[in-house]
Design a protein around this ligand. Structure first.
Ligand SMILES: Cc1cc2nc3c(=O)[nH]c(=O)nc-3n(C[C@H](O)[C@H](O)[C@H](O)COP(=O)(O)O)c2cc1C
Length: 344
């Protein structure tokens, strides 16, 4: 099933086709100083929860998908923390239109972490200033392996230039009162990953999320939980494990195996937003909730709304039904199909 979901995810989303009727400073020599940060109450509350040992269930950042309606849904169905999709900081700083389109929030979506695609401290500080009053933390994407992202010096490219990460974290800690986390992938030489985690801890990263695959590995490649455990064993700051969390029992196994402070799921939550409540497939009630949230708040392109439902209904459909549902091209057609089939 995971392979099929991967191929669905990798297939192009052609929005046109849809009938839509409806600078980095090198601070290498600078000493790392211990960081004591005081936050406002909602940010402090999140840090207190994480540091108290509460096991956190987290929805991963997902470009196009982890937008407000989906975040509200997964919060209702068991996620403790949600992440925005990666937001390109430079664009976000420059364009009001980008800010309006990329950043929609509400009170039901707390605690929220805003993830940025960024490679220098000035852009990050500027973007963080803009969102700091509307979220509980910011995160630097240090794991995206896509070619264009690597070329721009964002995502996993930062793992090759860790000084850039350290500089961004230091500048945030000096200038913006907000928790700052990093989401990394394991590297082929785990010594580099451990070194990065230790240094990140010294300069005041609030937590680290570790995706247990290297940048070269496909999402079908098994996750290296031993590597995640190694990171956890080498630092005292909170570590979240990411990769292949499709069920609550997998989440519990990862917790036992690695000792991490929480788990983060991407594809698992796409196919079953209720997984952290122990459901094996998306409950119909959850699908109803998604439709109601979408109807009330909008905030998703119809193509993405349709995609979400494809994933959530995956386990309910045989091959022909999948094909029938996937061909629908209007919101009214989608709603009629679901009404007829799932007896609203
Ligand atoms: C559709 C999709 C979009 C993604 N977008 C992002 C993103 O914006 N930022 C990020 O750090 N990772 C992104 N990822 C990677 C996931 O956050 C996660 O690290 C990866 O899918 C492994 O988790 P999983 O095995 O639970 O899917 C994305 C993954 C998917 C499937």
């Amino acid at each position: 099933m995971e392979d099929q979901i991967n191929s669905l995810l990798n297939s192009q989303i052609n929005i046109e086709e849809f009938n839509n009727n409806n600078n980095s400073n090198n601070n290498n020599e600078e000493e790392d100083k211990p960081i004591v940060k005081i936050y406002d109450s909602d940010k402090q509350n999140l840090m207190d929860r994480i540091n108290s040992g509460e096991f956190m269930k987290i929805q991963a950042p997902m470009v196009r998908f982890s937008r407000l309606p989906f975040r509200m849904l997964v919060k209702k169905w068991g996620c403790d923390i949600t992440y925005t999709p990666m937001i390109m900081a430079a664009e976000f700083n420059r364009s009001e239109a980008a800010r309006d389109s990329d950043f929609t929030i509400n009170k039901l979506d707390e605690p929220l972490i805003v993830q940025f695609g960024v490679n220098n401290a000035e852009e990050l500080v500027s973007a963080a200033e803009k969102v700091k009053d509307y979220c509980q933390g910011i995160d630097i994407n240090c794991g995206c392996p896509q070619r264009w992202v690597m070329k721009e010096g964002f995502g996993a490219n930062l793992l090759l230039h860790p000084e850039r990460i350290y500089d961004m974290v230091k500048q945030i800690n000096n200038r913006v009162p907000i928790p700052i986390s990093i989401k990394i992938r394991v590297q082929s030489d785990l010594k580099d990953t451990i070194e990065l985690a230790k240094r990140a801890e010294r300069i005041g990263v609030s937590w680290i999320t570790v995706h247990g695959r290297t940048s070269a590995m496909k999402s079908s490649h098994p996750v290296d939980y031993d590597a995640i455990k190694l990171v956890k064993d080498n630092v005292t700051l909170p570590v979240f494990a990411n990769g292949d969390v499709f069920t609550l029992s997998q989440s519990n196994e990862i917790r036992e195996k690695t000792g991490v402070n929480g788990v983060m799921s991407a594809r698992g939550l796409l196919t079953n937003p209720a997984l952290f409540q122990g459901y094996d497939k998306t409950p119909i009630e959850c699908i109803k909730d998604f439709i109601n949230i979408y109807s009330e708040y909008g905030g998703l392109h119809p193509v993405i709304f349709h995609r979400h439902l494809m994933y959530m209904l995956y386990e309910y459909h045989n091959k022909n039904e999948k094909s029938e549902f996937n061909k629908l091209s209007t919101i009214s057609g989608i709603m009629d199909y679901i009404n007829d089939k799932f007896l609203f």
